[in-house]
Design a protein around this ligand. Structure first.
Ligand SMILES: CC(C)(COP(=O)(O)OP(=O)(O)OC[C@H]1O[C@@H](n2cnc3c(N)ncnc32)[C@H](O)[C@@H]1OP(=O)(O)O)[C@@H](O)C(=O)NCCC(=O)NCCS
Length: 147
C-alpha cells in the first residue's frame, strides 16, 4: 500500500471513486474541486501495489483548526484498516504543519463513519441541526492531532 500527497495525475481516478461513493445529494467533489484542493489543502491518496486508487482523505488547512472535509475508501476494500492507516498519515502530516486539533462534520445517520471516528479518538462536540440540504443533522467531532 502506498500513501502519498495527491497530484494532478490522480484527479481522474479520484473523480471516478467520488462518483461511485457519493450520490448527488451528498455533493460529490468535482474535477475542478480536486484540482483546487491539491493546490490549496492537504489531500492524501492511497493506492494498492497495482496502482489502483483505494481511497483518499482531504483536510482543509487554511484555518486555525484543521478540518477533515472528506474521507472515502473504495467499497470493496472497506473493513481492512485502510482508512485508519490513511488517517494516521493525515494526523502525522497535520502535526508537521503544526496543527493541534482536527474537526469534522458527519451526518448523524452515518453510524459506520461515526463509529470509525470514535475508534480513532474523535469526541462529539455538538450537533448542528438541519446542517445538510435534506434536513439531516450533523455531528461535529474533534480530536487532538497528537493524542
Ligand atoms: C468510513 C470509512 C472511511 C471507513 O473506512 P475503512 O477502511 O472501512 O475503515 P477501517 O477498516 O480503517 O476501520 C477502522 C476501525 O473503524 C471501524 N469501522 C470502520 N467502518 C465501520 C462501520 N461501517 N461500522 C462500524 N465500524 C466501522 C472498524 O471496525 C475498525 O475498528 P478496529 O480498529 O477496532 O478494527 C468507509 O466506510 C467509507 O469510505 N465510507 C463511505 C464514505 C463515508 O461515509 N465517509 C465518511 C463521511 S465523509
Amino acid at each position: 500500500m502506498i500513501i502519498k500527497k495527491a497530484q494532478k495525475t490522480d484527479v481522474k481516478a479520484l473523480v471516478k471513486l467520488e462518483n461511485e461513493t457519493f450520490s448527488d445529494a451528498n455533493f460529490p467533489l468535482s474535477r475542478e474541486s480536486f484540482y483546487y484542493h491539491i493546490k490549496r489543502n492537504l489531500l492524501l491518496v492511497v493506492y494498492d501495489d497495482k496502482f489502483e486508487l483505494l481511497g483518499y482523505a482531504l483536510a482543509l488547512i487554511h484555518r486555525k483548526k484543521a478540518k477533515l472535509y472528506s474521507l472515502c475508501i473504495q467499497k470493496s476494500y472497506r473493513g481492512s484498516g485502510i482508512a485508519k492507516k490513511l488517517m494516521e498519515q493525515l494526523f502525522y502530516s497535520l502535526n508537521q504543519l503544526n496543527f493541534k486539533i482536527i474537526i469534522l462534520e458527519v451526518r448523524q445517520d452515518n453510524y459506520g463513519a461515526i463509529n470509525f471516528y470514535k475508534k480513532l479518538g474523535f469526541k462529539q462536540l455538538a450537533i448542528s441541526l438541519s446542517f445538510y440540504k435534506d434536513g439531516s443533522n450533523a455531528l461535529i467531532m474533534e480530536r487532538k492531532i497528537v493524542n
